[in-house]
Design a protein around this ligand. Structure first.
Ligand code: ADP
Ligand code: ZN
Ligand code: ZN
Length: 726
């Protein structure tokens, strides 16, 4: 007998399936240890067969086999789906399904199944006379009370074991060290659903389908999700709920823990390898029936799914942008279809492409247009910063924002200030010669960090001493550009010396609990201000926050990306949604140099529908998604010459495809990436826009080219529908 095994070789181009001899049959998806060259490596059995096309004498024997498969049949299908759709190597896909603690036995555990005696009072004379094995097995277990199933299979046959299980005389369990579950504390909130919430819960519970839940911020979507999950539990079905990593706050975890206790498994980045493995295992052996986690929780080995929820479905983090690249929503759709279960995509600002699907009937649209208890949406003030400047205010805060902050603090309420740049000030530029100070390893301007008195690169984290002279012409007339979080905090401290100002950005949330600690300090300090990047925009529910200030919204709109306005709209809506969630009304002050901009006008009126119409129209005229699909071939390498050469090679071949399928292509071009160099790697791209109906065909042709073309010293990836075009 032979097993087809895919071998787990790190960072290797090898993605071949090898044949190994195997003496006892095992299930597909089982992990094995195999000899590979002069090493022993882990691999996964993808097929069992009686013959091999290889030279019999050359085929080696597997060293050991797990008792139980790690990869479920559903996952094997999903791996095929992913390798086909995202051009992944099999092993890269498989790694997503196996917790890193289990691979290479980092956490020492073997999955072993045991049988235990369940009914000790069965009359052994009731066994049929032909069922000798069953009777002996039963007697054996009466005596030993528990034993490894692999042993029992050998002694009494596997059919005897499964027969006794069916008769309820024994029970099977997977054994592993008992795990301790972190205590998140408990919030107990007794909520009676509103009519709208109840109607939506009923609809989704009763009819599995793909739903888009479009509910304004504070409309009570989380409560809807929890009730659907509760209903699923009551009919013995399991659930997966995904949220953006950043929303996995202790508050959210507590809420879920309070509602679902030990039925829940939590997967988030704060877990150690061991903890993550333990949670994975509780899902694998059926102990946990509700999985809550960030993107990768979609790969949880959970059976019998009733619902998959994806909260904040518009969030960019649902796309994996480095190898292995995939779309979490597409993976969720696969699982929902396989399990015939419901998929719920929730958002206050659905992705334009998702809303388009809802219009076409691909998703069923459910709406929650009002906040719980009809609390009003926060009111916007748009402040024209050019006007401020003309009237002599050149500070980063408008007079309106300062006045509102005063009012807010005086009344012991809280404010959040959003600015999408960390550090102090960016873009150090020489006024004499125009030289802009860039990272040595990346093609991006450096950012001044006053806290460390350093210049930092936000792409590779390199640090540089601050400059007193221009490195190019020696001039001391250096100018610092756009402001960041640190400078905003400094200004606030100057304006409000007695007010506590917290900051939350990528610089001060790198340690495990930093994020939580800032949020809980803020939560317990009335009359304080929280300054932060988009980290503060999502999921937080602070009842005392009555004011949100948006310092520089224009930055988001000015990005050279067809999704820039959409992202800006989403961000403004999300961050303003933090205000007025409790019993006090909320206000938003939005500072801009283009107060008449269409995106702002829609955002301040909470007019998603009109924004959507306008945006969709632009996409239609300019031929962008959802009317076409974008494909990007990304080529990177150590020397620009080699990268250009490879890019040319690919481009010529893709040109051929275009010649043969000219009606499929809306656009094809090759160029430098907007960020030309990151961490010493030069980056070039071939961008394509393909008409929807020919997309799969063209994509497969491109995949083939990339598979077949070997270029020296360059890494090549194909990105489908890339969310980040930098
Ligand atoms: P969303 O996720 O839509 O922004 P949340 O689910 O966070 O909104 O709900 C906002 C607030 O309203 C939360 O504090 C939540 O506990 C509360 N809430 C939700 N539903 C109800 C309800 N039916 N009755 C009372 N409070 C509710
Ligand atoms: Zn850098
Ligand atoms: Zn200079």
């Amino acid at each position: 007998m032979y097993a087809e095994v895919v071998v787990d070789i790190l960072n290797s181009e090898v993605d071949k399936i090898f044949d190994y001899k195997i003496s006892t049959p095992c299930k597909i998806g089982t992990r094995v240890l195999v000899p590979f060259g002069n090493r022993k490596l882990e691999g996964y059995v993808l097929n069992i067969k009686d013959t091999t096309a290889m030279n019999e004498d050359k085929v080696k024997e597997v060293i050991s086999i797990d008792d139980e498969p790690i990869i479920l049949p559903e996952m094997l299908k999903l791996i095929d789906f992913m390798t086909e759709n995202y051009n992944l190597r099999k092993m890269d896909a498989i790694r997503l399904f196996v917790p890193s603690g289990l691979r290479q036995n980092k956490v020492k555990t073997k999955l072993t199944r045991y049988a235990l005696i369940k009914d000790k009072n069965f009359d052994i004379n009731s066994f049929k006379s032909t069922a000798k094995n069953q009777k002996e097995l039963y007697l054996y277990l009466l005596e030993h009370s528990r034993e490894k199933i692999s042993e029992l299979n050998k002694k009494f046959t596997s059919s005897a074991v499964s027969k006794l299980e069916k008769l309820n005389l024994i029970k099977l369990e997977v054994e592993k060290e008992k795990t301790h579950i972190k205590d998140y504390g408990v919030i107990n909130k007794n909520v009676v659903l509103t009519q709208t919430q109840q109607r939506i819960v009923n609809t989704i519970t009763q009819k599995p389908d793909n739903y888009l839940l479009f509910g304004v911020t504070g409309s009570g979507k989380t409560e809807v999700y929890m009730n659907i999950i509760k209903n699923m539990l009551s009919i013995n079905k399991t659930s997966i709920m995904l949220v953006p990593e950043i929303s996995l706050t202790p508050q959210v975890l507590k809420n879920f823990k309070a509602k679902f206790g030990n039925d829940i498994a939590l997967l988030h980045s704060g877990l150690s390898v061991r903890e993550r493995f333990d949670e994975w295992f509780r899902i694998y052996n059926g102990e946990a029936k509700v999985v809550v986690g960030a993107r990768s929780a979609i790969f949880a080995p959970i059976k019998n799914l009733g619902v998959i929820v994806i909260d904040e479905e518009h969030d960019g983090s649902y796309y994996s942008e480095s190898n292995p690249r995939y779309s979490t929503i597409e993976v969720a759709q696969f699982r929902a279809k396989y399990n015939k279960c419901a998929l719920v995509l929730g958002s206050a600002t659905p992705d334009v492409e998702s809303f388009y699907k809802a219009q076409n009937g691909e998703y069923k649209l459910l709406e929650m247009p009002e906040r719980v208890n009809k609390a009003p949406m926060p009111k916007f003030d748009i402040v024209d910063m050019l006007g401020e400047l003309k009237e002599g205010n050149n500070s980063i805060f408008s007079r309106k924002l300062v006045a509102e902050l005063c009012d807010c603090i005086k009344n012991d309420k809280q404010a959040m200030i959003y600015i999408n740049r960390r550090g102090y000030q960016s873009n150090v530029m020489c006024r004499s010669c125009g030289y802009s100070v860039k990272c040595e390893h990346c093609d991006v301007p450096l950012v001044y960090h006053k806290e460390d008195n350093m210049l930092k690169c936000h792409y590779c984290d390199s640090r540089y001493h601050i400059l007193s002279n221009c490195p190019n012409c020696g001039s001391t007339d250096l100018r610092y550009g756009a402001i960041g979080t640190q400078k905003v905090v400094e200004e606030l401290n100057r304006l409000f010396p007695r007010t506590k100002v917290f900051r939350m950005d990528n610089d001060n949330t790198r340690t495990k609990d930093a994020h939580n600690s800032i949020l809980s300090q803020f939560a317990s300090t009335p009359g304080s201000i929280l300054v932060g990047t988009q980290m503060i925009a999502k999921g937080h529910d602070f009842p005392l926050v009555t004011l949100v200030g948006i310092i520089d919204a224009d930055m988001a709109i000015h990005r050279a990306d067809f999704r820039a306005t959409e992202r800006a709209f989403q961000l403004i809506t999300q961050v303003s949604g933090r205000a007025g969630r409790g019993e006090f009304e909320g206000k938003v002050v939005l500072q801009t140099y283009m107060p008449k901009n269409y995106t702002y006008r829609c955002a301040v009126n909470y007019d998603y529908q009109n924004f959507f119409k306008h945006e969709l129209n632009i996409r239609k005229v300019t031929k962008f998604p959802p009317f076409v699909k974008i494909l990007r071939v990304l080529i990177s390498g150590d020397t620009e010459e080699e990268v250009i050469k490879s890019t040319k090679t690919y481009f010529e071949k893709i040109k051929q495809i275009q010649n043969n399928n000219s009606s499929s292509f809306v656009y094809l071009n090759a160029m430098k990436c907007p960020v030309k160099r990151i961490q010493n790697k030069f980056r070039y791209e071939i961008l394509m826009r393909i008409v929807q109906k020919d997309y799969t065909k063209v994509r497969n042709l491109i995949y083939n080219i990339v598979k077949q073309t070997k270029t020296k010293n360059c890494l090549v990836f194909v990105e489908v529908n890339p969310q980040n075009l930098s």
